[in-house]
Design a protein around this ligand. Structure first.
Ligand code: AP5
Length: 191
Protein backbone atom coordinates (compact mmCIF):
# COMPACT_ATOMS: atom_id res chain seq x y z
CA UNK A 1 0.00 0.00 0.00
CA UNK A 2 1.07 3.55 -0.65
CA UNK A 3 0.22 6.95 0.79
CA UNK A 4 0.19 10.30 -1.00
CA UNK A 5 -0.36 13.66 0.67
CA UNK A 6 -2.21 16.30 -1.31
CA UNK A 7 -1.05 19.59 0.12
CA UNK A 8 -2.16 23.19 -0.34
CA UNK A 9 -3.68 26.32 1.10
CA UNK A 10 -7.40 26.53 1.90
CA UNK A 11 -9.31 26.49 -1.38
CA UNK A 12 -6.36 25.22 -3.43
CA UNK A 13 -8.54 22.44 -4.86
CA UNK A 14 -7.42 19.47 -2.73
CA UNK A 15 -10.93 18.09 -2.23
CA UNK A 16 -11.95 18.67 -5.84
CA UNK A 17 -8.87 16.91 -7.22
CA UNK A 18 -9.03 14.06 -4.71
CA UNK A 19 -12.46 13.06 -6.06
CA UNK A 20 -10.88 12.27 -9.46
CA UNK A 21 -7.55 10.90 -8.25
CA UNK A 22 -9.00 8.45 -5.74
CA UNK A 23 -10.88 6.68 -8.55
CA UNK A 24 -8.01 6.76 -10.99
CA UNK A 25 -5.48 5.27 -8.55
CA UNK A 26 -7.86 3.20 -6.36
CA UNK A 27 -6.99 5.16 -3.21
CA UNK A 28 -9.00 5.84 -0.06
CA UNK A 29 -9.43 9.60 0.16
CA UNK A 30 -9.22 10.89 3.73
CA UNK A 31 -10.02 14.56 4.17
CA UNK A 32 -9.65 15.49 7.83
CA UNK A 33 -11.89 18.53 7.20
CA UNK A 34 -14.65 16.24 5.83
CA UNK A 35 -14.33 13.86 8.78
CA UNK A 36 -14.64 16.79 11.21
CA UNK A 37 -17.66 18.16 9.33
CA UNK A 38 -19.35 14.74 9.33
CA UNK A 39 -18.87 14.53 13.11
CA UNK A 40 -20.07 18.10 13.58
CA UNK A 41 -23.23 17.38 11.64
CA UNK A 42 -23.88 14.26 13.68
CA UNK A 43 -23.20 15.96 17.01
CA UNK A 44 -20.53 13.47 18.12
CA UNK A 45 -18.08 14.29 20.94
CA UNK A 46 -15.33 14.67 18.34
CA UNK A 47 -17.52 17.05 16.33
CA UNK A 48 -18.32 19.17 19.38
CA UNK A 49 -14.67 19.34 20.39
CA UNK A 50 -13.57 20.37 16.89
CA UNK A 51 -16.38 22.90 16.32
CA UNK A 52 -14.86 25.56 18.58
CA UNK A 53 -11.72 25.67 16.47
CA UNK A 54 -13.20 25.16 13.00
CA UNK A 55 -15.74 27.96 13.50
CA UNK A 56 -12.92 30.41 14.19
CA UNK A 57 -10.81 29.20 11.26
CA UNK A 58 -8.21 27.75 13.64
CA UNK A 59 -6.54 24.35 13.45
CA UNK A 60 -7.99 21.63 15.67
CA UNK A 61 -5.37 20.56 18.28
CA UNK A 62 -2.88 17.93 17.10
CA UNK A 63 -3.81 15.30 19.69
CA UNK A 64 -7.45 15.22 18.55
CA UNK A 65 -6.58 15.28 14.84
CA UNK A 66 -3.85 12.61 14.98
CA UNK A 67 -6.09 10.15 16.87
CA UNK A 68 -8.91 10.71 14.44
CA UNK A 69 -6.64 10.17 11.41
CA UNK A 70 -5.23 6.93 12.87
CA UNK A 71 -8.77 5.61 13.34
CA UNK A 72 -9.70 6.47 9.76
CA UNK A 73 -6.62 4.70 8.41
CA UNK A 74 -7.30 1.58 10.49
CA UNK A 75 -10.88 1.43 9.16
CA UNK A 76 -9.85 1.69 5.50
CA UNK A 77 -7.06 -0.76 4.75
CA UNK A 78 -8.82 -2.23 1.72
CA UNK A 79 -7.55 -0.27 -1.30
CA UNK A 80 -4.22 0.31 -3.04
CA UNK A 81 -3.44 3.06 -0.56
CA UNK A 82 -4.40 6.48 0.80
CA UNK A 83 -4.75 9.99 -0.50
CA UNK A 84 -4.56 12.38 2.44
CA UNK A 85 -6.15 15.81 2.00
CA UNK A 86 -5.73 18.41 4.73
CA UNK A 87 -3.40 16.22 6.78
CA UNK A 88 -0.69 16.75 7.93
CA UNK A 89 -0.97 20.45 8.75
CA UNK A 90 1.73 20.75 11.41
CA UNK A 91 5.20 19.26 11.86
CA UNK A 92 3.86 17.21 14.77
CA UNK A 93 1.16 15.74 12.53
CA UNK A 94 3.76 14.97 9.83
CA UNK A 95 5.91 13.09 12.35
CA UNK A 96 2.88 11.18 13.62
CA UNK A 97 1.95 10.28 10.05
CA UNK A 98 5.39 8.83 9.35
CA UNK A 99 5.15 6.67 12.48
CA UNK A 100 1.65 5.52 11.64
CA UNK A 101 2.58 4.56 8.06
CA UNK A 102 5.61 2.64 9.30
CA UNK A 103 3.50 0.81 11.86
CA UNK A 104 0.93 -0.15 9.21
CA UNK A 105 3.53 -1.13 6.57
CA UNK A 106 2.35 1.59 4.16
CA UNK A 107 4.94 3.12 1.86
CA UNK A 108 4.98 6.94 1.81
CA UNK A 109 5.16 7.87 -1.90
CA UNK A 110 5.31 11.66 -1.48
CA UNK A 111 3.64 14.99 -0.94
CA UNK A 112 2.22 17.06 -3.80
CA UNK A 113 1.42 20.72 -3.27
CA UNK A 114 -1.15 22.66 -5.28
CA UNK A 115 0.19 26.17 -5.85
CA UNK A 116 -2.07 29.20 -6.11
CA UNK A 117 -2.11 32.74 -4.81
CA UNK A 118 -4.20 33.78 -1.81
CA UNK A 119 -6.40 36.32 -3.60
CA UNK A 120 -7.68 33.80 -6.15
CA UNK A 121 -8.29 31.27 -3.40
CA UNK A 122 -10.13 33.64 -1.07
CA UNK A 123 -12.42 34.54 -4.00
CA UNK A 124 -13.05 30.81 -4.66
CA UNK A 125 -13.94 30.17 -1.04
CA UNK A 126 -16.24 33.21 -0.80
CA UNK A 127 -18.03 31.92 -3.89
CA UNK A 128 -18.32 28.39 -2.47
CA UNK A 129 -19.52 29.88 0.88
CA UNK A 130 -22.75 30.97 -0.80
CA UNK A 131 -23.89 27.35 -1.01
CA UNK A 132 -21.53 25.21 1.10
CA UNK A 133 -23.12 25.93 4.48
CA UNK A 134 -19.60 25.77 5.98
CA UNK A 135 -19.31 28.08 9.00
CA UNK A 136 -15.65 28.74 8.19
CA UNK A 137 -16.51 29.87 4.62
CA UNK A 138 -19.00 32.51 5.68
CA UNK A 139 -16.98 35.67 6.12
CA UNK A 140 -13.69 37.02 4.94
CA UNK A 141 -12.22 37.47 8.44
CA UNK A 142 -12.61 33.74 9.19
CA UNK A 143 -11.19 32.83 5.80
CA UNK A 144 -8.20 35.14 6.34
CA UNK A 145 -7.61 33.47 9.71
CA UNK A 146 -7.36 30.10 7.93
CA UNK A 147 -4.56 31.58 5.78
CA UNK A 148 -2.83 32.96 8.88
CA UNK A 149 -2.95 29.48 10.43
CA UNK A 150 -1.66 28.01 7.18
CA UNK A 151 1.27 30.44 6.99
CA UNK A 152 2.27 29.97 10.62
CA UNK A 153 1.74 26.25 11.16
CA UNK A 154 1.37 24.48 7.81
CA UNK A 155 3.69 26.26 5.35
CA UNK A 156 6.83 25.05 7.26
CA UNK A 157 5.92 21.54 6.09
CA UNK A 158 7.08 22.43 2.57
CA UNK A 159 10.69 22.75 3.75
CA UNK A 160 10.22 19.71 6.00
CA UNK A 161 9.27 17.54 3.01
CA UNK A 162 11.70 19.21 0.60
CA UNK A 163 14.55 18.27 2.94
CA UNK A 164 13.41 14.66 2.71
CA UNK A 165 13.04 14.92 -1.11
CA UNK A 166 9.38 14.14 -0.62
CA UNK A 167 7.81 17.30 -2.06
CA UNK A 168 6.67 18.19 -5.57
CA UNK A 169 4.42 21.05 -6.54
CA UNK A 170 2.07 21.69 -9.42
CA UNK A 171 0.33 24.82 -10.63
CA UNK A 172 -3.18 24.78 -9.11
CA UNK A 173 -4.54 27.43 -11.47
CA UNK A 174 -6.31 26.36 -14.64
CA UNK A 175 -9.33 24.22 -15.36
CA UNK A 176 -10.03 21.32 -13.01
CA UNK A 177 -9.10 18.91 -15.84
CA UNK A 178 -5.78 20.67 -16.45
CA UNK A 179 -4.86 20.47 -12.78
CA UNK A 180 -5.85 16.77 -12.62
CA UNK A 181 -3.56 16.08 -15.57
CA UNK A 182 -0.63 17.87 -13.90
CA UNK A 183 -1.18 15.95 -10.68
CA UNK A 184 -1.51 12.63 -12.52
CA UNK A 185 1.85 13.18 -14.22
CA UNK A 186 3.52 13.54 -10.83
CA UNK A 187 1.62 10.63 -9.26
CA UNK A 188 2.61 8.38 -12.17
CA UNK A 189 6.24 8.93 -11.19
CA UNK A 190 5.51 8.09 -7.55
CA UNK A 191 3.41 4.92 -7.79
P1 AP5 B 1 -10.49 21.59 5.31
O1 AP5 B 1 -11.81 21.04 5.03
O2 AP5 B 1 -9.28 20.76 5.05
O3 AP5 B 1 -10.41 23.01 4.61
P2 AP5 B 1 -9.27 23.77 3.82
O4 AP5 B 1 -7.87 23.28 3.87
O5 AP5 B 1 -9.47 25.16 4.26
O6 AP5 B 1 -9.57 23.42 2.41
P3 AP5 B 1 -10.88 23.62 1.62
O7 AP5 B 1 -11.79 22.45 1.80
O8 AP5 B 1 -11.45 24.97 1.88
O9 AP5 B 1 -10.25 23.68 0.17
P4 AP5 B 1 -9.70 22.59 -0.81
O10 AP5 B 1 -8.23 22.77 -1.02
O11 AP5 B 1 -10.18 21.19 -0.51
O12 AP5 B 1 -10.39 23.13 -2.12
P5 AP5 B 1 -11.74 22.66 -2.83
O13 AP5 B 1 -11.46 21.48 -3.68
O14 AP5 B 1 -12.86 22.58 -1.85
O15 AP5 B 1 -10.39 22.03 6.85
C1 AP5 B 1 -11.39 22.80 7.46
C2 AP5 B 1 -11.03 23.03 8.91
O16 AP5 B 1 -10.96 21.77 9.61
C3 AP5 B 1 -9.65 23.68 9.17
O17 AP5 B 1 -9.69 25.08 9.06
C4 AP5 B 1 -9.36 23.19 10.58
O18 AP5 B 1 -10.09 23.91 11.54
C5 AP5 B 1 -9.90 21.77 10.56
N1 AP5 B 1 -8.87 20.81 10.14
C6 AP5 B 1 -8.89 20.04 9.02
N2 AP5 B 1 -7.78 19.29 8.94
C7 AP5 B 1 -7.03 19.59 10.04
C8 AP5 B 1 -5.76 19.17 10.50
N3 AP5 B 1 -5.03 18.27 9.83
N4 AP5 B 1 -5.30 19.70 11.67
C9 AP5 B 1 -6.01 20.59 12.36
N5 AP5 B 1 -7.24 21.06 11.96
C10 AP5 B 1 -7.74 20.56 10.81
O19 AP5 B 1 -11.94 23.92 -3.80
C11 AP5 B 1 -12.30 25.18 -3.29
C12 AP5 B 1 -13.30 25.84 -4.25
O20 AP5 B 1 -12.64 26.12 -5.48
C13 AP5 B 1 -14.51 24.95 -4.61
O21 AP5 B 1 -15.64 25.76 -4.71
C14 AP5 B 1 -14.11 24.34 -5.96
O22 AP5 B 1 -15.22 24.03 -6.74
C15 AP5 B 1 -13.28 25.47 -6.58
N6 AP5 B 1 -12.22 24.96 -7.44
C16 AP5 B 1 -11.44 23.86 -7.26
N7 AP5 B 1 -10.55 23.72 -8.26
C17 AP5 B 1 -10.77 24.77 -9.11
C18 AP5 B 1 -10.17 25.19 -10.34
N8 AP5 B 1 -9.16 24.51 -10.90
N9 AP5 B 1 -10.63 26.32 -10.89
C19 AP5 B 1 -11.65 27.04 -10.34
N10 AP5 B 1 -12.27 26.68 -9.18
C20 AP5 B 1 -11.84 25.57 -8.59
Amino acid sequence: MIAIVLFGKPGAGKGTQAEFLKEKYNLTHISTGDVFRYNLKNGTDLGNEAKVFIDKGELVPDSITINMLAEEVAKNMDKAGFLFDGFPRTIKQAEALEELLKEKGISFAGTIGLDANDEILVARILERGKTSGRADDQNEAKIRNRYKEYNEKTAPLIAFYENKKMYSSVDGIGTIEEVTERLSKVIDTLV
